[in-house]
Design a protein around this ligand. Structure first.
Ligand SMILES: NC(=O)c1ccc[n+]([C@@H]2O[C@H](COP(=O)([O-])OP(=O)(O)OC[C@H]3O[C@@H](n4cnc5c(N)ncnc54)[C@H](OP(=O)(O)O)[C@@H]3O)[C@@H](O)[C@H]2O)c1
Length: 242
């Protein structure tokens, strides 16, 4: 019997992570899906054509990143792909005015949890010759005002990804950092805290943003490369995004 391919995806309840789960499941991957909203995980499970293991958990809490990797390994017996997409831009605003009390939790999610997920997944990915995709941001390369804490975390993630790639490549593990630009997800509504989704309307930004499916397709392309090819970093911006 052919071994089934498996992927663990954080941020699977919304936006880029969810679109990546749908994309990879469409190509036959069984999915371990991580997010806090259990109802969304249950809905995803009902939608995917392959097996889906819902793993509810708050990744900003210590130990949760390791725990979800353990649970996925227990259920699937191995991991071929790990995608760290969970993140948010809370703590937005000019330094000195922004709510800096949320910065530790934001860094814990945007940076520390992705690092811990990587540490926990390193050995299983070595076993499978697998691929780790970290979702960074254009602000991790080219920071914008009002996003200082978020940019700091994403810059940290970029440094981490580049260092780990040089270690784990020797083990046959591929590490890729994908830096999306403005993407039509719940990202802005989480910052605003109003629960209203972004509207896919060019008048909101003055240009047509990326769709989460665009980023998911990029993840699929990275994973599809021959085993000796590691796409180290990929930046995607909407065509008219300045
Ligand atoms: N949208 C953009 O313009 C943009 C641009 C560049 C980079 N990014 C990056 O893309 C990634 C995905 O964001 P998105 O745009 O798809 O936003 P999104 O639609 O808001 O999705 C964020 C995901 O992160 C999960 N999450 C948030 N806090 C969490 C926590 N404490 N523990 C576990 N999971 C948590 C959410 O699930 P629950 O709420 O269910 O926990 C959700 O699934 C993030 O890393 C973000 O920084 C986004």
């Amino acid at each position: 019997m052919t071994k089934r391919r498996t992927a663990l995806i954080t941020g699977a309840t919304s936006g880029i992570g969810r679109a990546t789960a749908v994309h990879l499941a469409g190509r036959g991957y069984d999915i371990a899906a991580v997010g806090r909203r259990s109802d969304r995980l249950a809905a995803l499970r009902g939608e995917l054509p392959t097996a889906c293991l819902p793993l509810p958990g708050d990744l900003s809490e210590a130990g949760v990143a390791e725990q979800v990797v353990c649970e996925a390994l227990e259920a699937f017996g191995g991991l071929d792909v790990v995608v760290a997409a969970a993140g948010h831009g809370r703590g937005y605003g000019p330094v000195g005015e922004a709510d800096h009390r949320v910065w530790p939790a934001a860094v814990a999610l945007n940076l520390t949890a992705a690092m811990q997920l990587t540490a926990a997944a390193a050995e299983p990915l070595r076993g499978s010759g697998g691929t780790l995709v970290l979702i960074g941001s254009v602000f991790g390369v080219d920071p914008a005002p009002d996003y200082a804490a978020y940019a700091a975390a994403k810059h940290g993630l970029r440094g981490f990804a580049r260092s780990v790639r040089r270690e784990k490549g020797m083990d046959g593990v591929r590490i890729c950092l994908i830096n999306p630009g403005t993407t039509n997800t719940e990202f802005a509504s989480v910052i605003r805290g109003d629960g209203e989704p972004m509207v896919h309307d060019p008048s909101v930004w003055g240009f047509e943003p990326l769709l989460p499916e665009d980023v998911a397709a990029a993840v699929g392309w990275v994973v599809d490369q021959p085993a000796h090819v590691n796409v180290e970093e990929l930046t995607l911006r909407a065509t008219r995004d300045r």
